[in-house]
Ligand binder design. Structure first.
Ligand SMILES: [Zn+2]
Length: 57
């Protein structure tokens, strides 16, 4: 990861969730991750953010 160009450290802002599915024969596995972006343009994958209605998280 490159150092941040707009600050001492990257300040990650949650952008959206992504769902990736891996198919393996009859079995599928789904990975939920969140995309985070910094003002400098860097992006990373992080924890999936629960966005259900009524959830205060
Ligand atoms: Zn940055």
């Amino acid at each position: 990861m490159k150092p941040c160009t707009v600050g001492k450290r990257h300040s990650w802002t949650f952008v959206r969730n992504v769902v990736t599915s891996h198919m393996n024969g009859r079995f599928g596995r789904i990975t939920k991750r969140g995309i985070y972006r910094c003002e400098c343009g860097a992006a990373k994958y992080g924890n999936h953010v629960h966005q259900a209605e009524g959830c205060a998280q």
